[in-house]
Design a protein. Structure first.
Length: 49
């Protein structure tokens, strides 16, 4: 990503594992506030931390 996402909010569904988790992590790395959802909830909590 070439643009900073500082101040932006992203919702990534299916983001507890795999590709969704990688996307959520990348967005957070660019400065976005990221809401994650998916099953299993325990993995989503771990990703959010």
């Amino acid at each position: 990503m070439t643009k900073s996402l500082e101040g932006k909010v992203a919702l990534v569904t299916g983001s507890c594992i795999g590709l969704g988790a990688a996307i959520a992590t990348a967005l957070a790395g660019e400065g976005a506030r990221v809401a994650v959802t998916g099953i299993p909830a325990e993995k989503g909590k771990a990703l959010a931390e």
